[in-house]
Each structure stands twice: as C-alpha cells, then as structure tokens.
Design a protein around this ligand. Structure first.
Ligand code: C5P
Length: 243
C-alpha cells in the first residue's frame, strides 16, 4: 500500500461546497476521503459522485446498526455507488456482521469490486459505566469488551475494525496481523486535541500497526491544510520505517 493511501481525510462539513474546496487544495496528496453522517445526510450521494469524479477513494462511515436484513439491504444499496470502505456496528451482533460479510465475499468471489468492511467496536464516547449500567457486563474492562467485539467481527468474516490508537497494538497482537485497523483520534504533535480523548500521533499509530488513520479537524480547520498533510505523510513514512 502506498503511503498516501494510509491517510484518510474526514470531510465533516455541512456543505459539499466546503468539501470540494479542501479536496481541491489537497489535490493529489490525498487519495482517500471519509464521508460521514454529517455530509451524507446533508448532501447525499452527490458527495460520493463528486469524489468519484476526482478519482478519489471513498470511506463511507455511516456505522450501520440494525437487524441483519436491513443492514444487508443498506450495504447492497451502497455497493451500487462504488465505495471503497464502509462501517457497521459490531454491537449489531454476529449474525448481522456475518450476513454483511457473506454479501461482500460473494462479490469478491465473482471478482466484482466490493468495499472493505470495518466494524466499530465500542464508541470512544462510551465508558465502563455504560458497560455496567446499560449492558450489565460488570466484570469486563473496556479493553476486554473491544477485544471480544473485534474477535467476533473477524470470525464473522469482516475485514477489520475501527479502533482508538491506544488499542491498535493489543488488537494486532491478539487478533492476528491480518485484521485491518482504521484509527481516528489522530493528532499530529502540537495540535489541539479538540474533543478527542484517546489520541495519538500519526507516527505512533502507524508504528503500532494501524493500517489507516483518519484525520479531520487538524487538516480541515488549518490555515495551511496542505502543509499539515505533508507533515502527516512524513510521520506515516517514519512510522512505517520504525514499525
Ligand atoms: O477529530 P477529527 O476531526 O480528526 O475526527 C476525524 C473523524 O474521526 C471524525 O469524522 C469522527 O467521526 C471520527 N471518529 C472519532 N472518534 C471515534 C470514531 C470516529 O473521532 N472514536
């Protein structure tokens, strides 16, 4: 995989116009963009079509969470739009993940392009009080719960997981090197953490084994987004060298 392909820039904007502006500034330095709930619910498939026209790869982060039949239906609809990566919730259950994996693997067997699927384990906004009070998992730590969900995702045939930088090493060790890990919560050295709690630098995340890093505000709110991207790419290069 090329160094640039490891960086995914999050287009968390309230209009397509703002997204287009940043994609044009970053030009060929960035190959992959995340379209998440905000841009997609505002602009719909227009946001994907524009990225396709620019020859960009698309990470559609809509975190599907419903019964198997409904999620498979949603994934099938998305497949028609040629996205490269998408997310579902591991908390949707083993059967739901397995149904999605079956659909994807059927496509791959027929050599039809199919996106890589990532399962969200536990949202980083949730803490051990959530596990105890709402799930009743009183004896498990957050880390143990994340591992259980990641292992379930892998056994169901899902390609990888979304994980905070702090879990990357543990997941690669315990789930095997083949599990793909996509990591948000990235803050280049000296950057504001915003509302992110469990952060790491691009260098450290890649060194620990992250396959992809997702970076939003450090790039999109910067007065020099291109410079920030170039610095991040340097960090990725160094992280790969030291991993
Ligand atoms: O904080 P920043 O702007 O870099 O966030 C980049 C993306 O990472 C956002 O689109 C956000 O939805 C996503 N994300 C996150 N923390 C998680 C999971 C996803 O920030 N735990």
């Amino acid at each position: 995989m090329k160094i640039n392909d490891k960086l995914i820039v999050a287009l968390d904007f309230d209009s397509l116009k703002k997204a287009i502006k940043i994609v044009d500034i970053l030009d060929k330095n960035v190959t992959t963009y995340k379209v998440g709930l905000q841009l997609f619910t505002k602009e719909g498939y227009k946001s994907l079509e524009f990225l396709k026209k620019r020859d960009k790869k698309i990470f559609l982060d809509l975190k599907f969470h419903d019964i198997p039949n409904t999620v498979v239906g949603a994934v099938s609809s998305v497949l028609e739009h040629g996205v490269d990566m998408l997310t579902i919730h591991a908390m949707g259950g083993f059967d739901m993940m397995e149904s999605v994996a079956k659909l994807i693997w059927q496509k791959r067997k027929k050599k039809t392009p199919a996106p890589k699927v990532f399962a969200v384990t536990l949202l980083t906004s949730l803490d051990s009080a959530f596990l105890q009070d709402m799930i009743g998992a009183t004896s498990r730590s957050i880390e143990e719960e994340i591992l259980i969900l990641a292992q379930a995702a892998r056994s169901a045939g899902i390609d990888g997981v979304v994980a905070s930088p702090l879990e990357v090493k543990m997941l690669k060790q315990k789930c095997g090197k083949d599990i793909l890990i996509l990591t948000p919560g990235i803050r280049p050295t000296d950057f504001d953490k915003n509302d992110q709690q469990r952060t790491s630098t691009p260098y450290q995340a890649i060194k620990d084994g992250a396959d992809y890093i997702v970076v939003g505000r450090p790039i999109t709110t910067s007065t020099e987004p291109l410079k920030v991207v170039k610095d991040i790419l340097k960090e990725i290069k160094n992280g790969l060298k030291d991993s």
